[in-house]
Design a binder for this molecule. Structure first.
Ligand code: SAM
Length: 374
């Protein structure tokens, strides 16, 4: 059966079929698939099945259901399956045969210890009056007023230097200047982060300038000694980007690579493990299974006009990040809080929060959104 504890994505087999089924057919198939060891989700008109071992007998008994029938057909076409204890087992699972003594090898390589720095492990308490507030300020200035090691997680998306129409700041600067300003603020974020804390940054590279912002920012955090925990692809499914430069259609001369996704980079201070009380975990088993698969398909925020901000991330993104990487009661910081998506979701999920933005209007919106929570 699907083993969540070893939820590394390369240990799942994925099979996709076109979703030509009614909701009733799909929901009838759902329980049977689950019982047989298969999880699925629907995306972009396809049903994506994920599994390691499949109990084929259970499926065969129910092949009058068209979803099961077509899935069975697909399974039979996979050569790398073998039968074990009456179940179909995908041959590359459980094996690790190709590489022996993985942990010994890891020690030889040093893994992330080769770049990680040691930070003090003590935490400092934040003055209770500071938390659960929105601050209209330059984050560089504001963050300097906080003690070291007092924040559990930073969740943010910085300005991208695209030329977005922010009220108060220019969003077009020399890249040199842009990264200088950003890194000074991120250095402060690292300083105020507790040992074991996480920094989660939503980033979009500037493809048209050929500036891989997500790589440059990741290199920055790694050079500062944080551990790179991983990268999540946020698939937005928006395909309205252009194909090539003028005059080079259908030619290798200058095609554009098209991206319908953004990146979420995750870093840890001192340790990959974050301590917390069991009672303060709020992610469900289904959410955990879904969120650790590091490609998240989510529509962009639909209410940007209403909130008067042109570059928001959706509440679903903040919800996933906070549930997967923080505990209830944790203190969450967003130094580029904009219209306050992070702080709103943090409050809804029982986290404490500090939101900073340089623009007064955005801060007012962020406060309104907090007030809207009952
Ligand atoms: C990409 S937006 C963040 C949007 C936010 N995630 C949301 O969902 O509303 C970046 C924000 O950074 C703010 N900003 C830019 N420079 C800043 C600075 N030095 N200190 C604080 N905020 C800043 C901008 O006003 C803008 O609202």
């Amino acid at each position: 059966m699907l083993n969540i504890d070893k939820a590394e994505t390369d240990k799942y087999k994925e099979v996709n079929i076109e979703n030509i089924f009614s909701d009733t057919e799909l929901s009838r198939a759902s329980q049977i698939l689950h019982k047989a060891g298969t999880e699925y989700f629907v995306e972009d008109g396809f049903i994506r099945f994920r599994f390691d071992e499949v109990d084929i007998k259970i499926l065969e008994e129910k092949k009058d259901n068209p979803v099961i029938d077509i899935f069975l057909g697909k399974l039979r076409g996979i050569r790398s399956f073998s039968i074990s204890n009456g179940k179909l087992v995908y041959a590359s699972f459980n094996k690790d045969k190709k590489v022996k003594d993985k942990s010994g090898n890891r020690k030889k390589r040093l893994a992330y210890e080769y770049y990680k720095k040691d930070f003090p492990e003590t935490s400092n308490l934040l003055d209770g009056n500071i938390i659960n507030n929105i601050y209209c300020a330059d984050s560089l200035v504001f963050l300097k007023s906080l003690p070291d090691n007092c924040i559990d997680a930073v969740l943010t998306s910085p300005p991208y230097n695209f030329g977005i129409n922010y009220n108060n700041t220019s969003d077009v600067n020399l890249w040199d200047v842009y990264f200088d300003v950003l890194f000074n603020i991120f250095r402060e974020c690292i300083r105020v982060l507790k040992s074991g804390g996480r920094i989660i940054v939503n980033l979009q590279p500037m493809f048209s300038d050929y500036i891989p912002t997500h790589h440059i920012v990741s290199k920055f955090f790694i050079d500062e000694g944080l551990i790179w925990k991983g990268e999540i692809i946020w698939e937005k499914n928006n395909y309205n980007c252009k194909y090539c430069t003028w005059g080079s259609w259908k030619s290798p001369a200058a095609p554009y690579l098209k991206y319908s996704w953004e990146f979420i980079e995750v870093f840890c201070k001192n340790s990959l493990k974050k301590e917390g009380l069991k009672d303060n975990i709020d992610i469900t088993a289904d959410e955990f299974k879904q969120f650790v698969y590091a490609k998240w398909s989510m529509a962009p925020e639909r209410n940007m006009k209403r909130y008067g901000h042109d570059a928001m991330f959706p509440e679903a993104l903040a919800e996933r990040c906070l549930k997967l990487f923080s505990y209830k009661e944790d203190i969450i910081l967003d130094p580029f809080n904009g219209a306050g998506t992070t702080t709103k979701v943090a409050k809804e999920l029982g986290r404490k929060f500090i939101g900073i933005d340089i623009d007064e209007n955005y801060c007012e919106t962020a406060k309104d959104r907090l007030r809207s929570i009952i």
